[in-house]
Write a protein that binds this ligand. Structure first.
Ligand SMILES: *Cc1c(COP(=O)(O)O)cnc(C)c1O
Length: 394
């Protein structure tokens, strides 16, 4: 029944028999050159010129005023939340549809996640549901902050996520956050290169986090980036991701219980080579998406397309099956036949650690959970492995 999909994927990825995975990195630019240069400089670790170069390149690419590197996306998001002012026993509103890192970063601050529904056509936090939830549960106090009437705790941040690279309705969310005086922090881990009305995701919040894990659009092996438009926050982010050391020729003085969340110079060298390719990667990914669109046009399976007024990076292409039984049948057949597919995440409010958290109405999230499956989305570079053997990218 799904054999034509298998045939299509094998032909598209020009791989007649191997296991075709969801998202592989591709290194076709200056990556090897920069890494060798970093090694030859002997600065492989926490000092070296590539960290600054990579930060500048990400800032330039996204249009962000400031970009501060971190060891991974989860730690970047952790720092974003701390700098947005999130404290122990406060509450952070987020979506249940996300990779576990979003909730974990919230939990690291000692705050509690509160789950509000997503929109079906973006898979990201729903402004309508957010507004309804706040109308029902929020109380603005004399101090100007917004509290949960039920628990008495402050709503310290709202954290939407741009699912699979598709921008959510971030302007509307930003507007609600402003009216309720709740800081906005974007989990933009999946959405490098994705634009909402021409503006890069991650530039709408007070702070936002990108991820450069191995399965994302571009990678540093493991890595992340904090974006902000506020110079003071950028300086603080650098300070507390690097052990809060006070500069001095020899003294070890530190003024905060900070973190060793530095990105290494080696990783940054890889990242600089990758970001130079990011636009090309997205062009190629969008060509793949066009092929998928055409393939699914006359099928029973719905192909998920980018929301209006957006340019998505289409990090992971997604399809929507009829119901959970169809979803499971599709997952079984494709994985049995050497094509990797994965369901959308188990809703985070169902996981043991977050079971007790407050939830709004989650109808859309539950609907998506039953139906969404990711399909292979690697950037297609013809003859990639043969070219590596020939030394073409050296
Ligand atoms: C990848 C990802 C992160 C961060 O992941 P790291 O592996 O720590 O870089 C955070 N949130 C979401 C939604 C992600 O997909």
């Amino acid at each position: 029944m799904y054999q034509d999909f298998i045939d299509f994927v094998r032909e598209t990825f020009d791989d007649p028999e191997g296991f075709i995975i969801l998202h592989d990195p591709r290194f076709i630019g200056n990556e090897r050159k920069y890494i060798m240069d970093a090694m030859d400089s002997n600065f492989v670790s926490s000092v070296g010129e590539y960290v600054g170069k990579f930060e500048e390149a990400v800032a330039r690419y996204t249009g962000s005023q400031y970009a501060v590197a971190a060891v991974n996306g989860t730690s970047a998001l952790h720092i974003c939340l701390l700098l947005a002012g999130v404290k122990r026993d406060e509450e952070v509103i987020t979506q249940p549809v996300s990779f576990i890192a979003t909730c974990n970063a919230i939990a690291y601050t000692g705050a509690h996640p509160v789950f509000v529904d997503v929109d079906r056509h973006t898979m990201g936090l729903s402004p309508e549901k957010l507004e309804a939830f706040l109308k029902a549960h929020a109380r603005k106090d004399a101090d100007g902050h917004c509290y949960n009437a039920k628990t008495g705790r402050r709503f310290a941040a709202v954290v939407p996520m741009h699912t699979f690279g598709h921008p959510c309705l971030i302007e509307d969310i930003a507007d609600i956050c402003q009216r309720y005086n709740i800081p906005l922090v974007e989990d933009a881990a999946e959405s490098i290169g994705s634009l909402y009305k021409g503006k890069h995701t991650g530039l709408f919040g007070k702070l936002s986090a990108l991820s450069f894990n191995g399965n994302k659009v571009i990678t540093t092996g493991g890595g992340g980036m904090i974006l902000t438009q506020d110079e003071k926050l950028a300086k603080l982010a650098k300070h507390i991701t690097t052990t809060a050391k006070i500069p001095h020729r020899w003294e070890y003085n530190h003024d905060y219980t900070a973190y060793n969340y530095r990105l290494t110079n080696l990783a940054a060298a890889l990242g600089l080579g990758q970001i130079e390719q990011c636009e090309f990667f997205i062009e190629q990914k969008r060509k793949l998406t066009d092929k998928y669109k055409a393939f699914f046009a006359d099928k029973d399976i719905t192909f998920f397309t980018e929301p209006e007024n957006c340019r998505s990076n289409y990090w992971l292409n997604a399809v929507i099956l009829k119901d959970r039984a169809e979803r499971d049948a599709f997952l079984t057949f494709t994985n049995d036949h050497g094509v990797m597919t994965r369901p959308i995440w188990v809703l985070n409010n169902r996981l043991d650690m977050y079971k007790g958290c407050q939830c709004g109405d989650l109808t859309n999230a539950e609907w998506l959970e039953d139906r969404v499956v990711n399909i292979p989305s690697t950037v297609i570079i013809p003859n990639y492995y043969e070219n590596i053997k020939k030394g073409l990218y050296r």
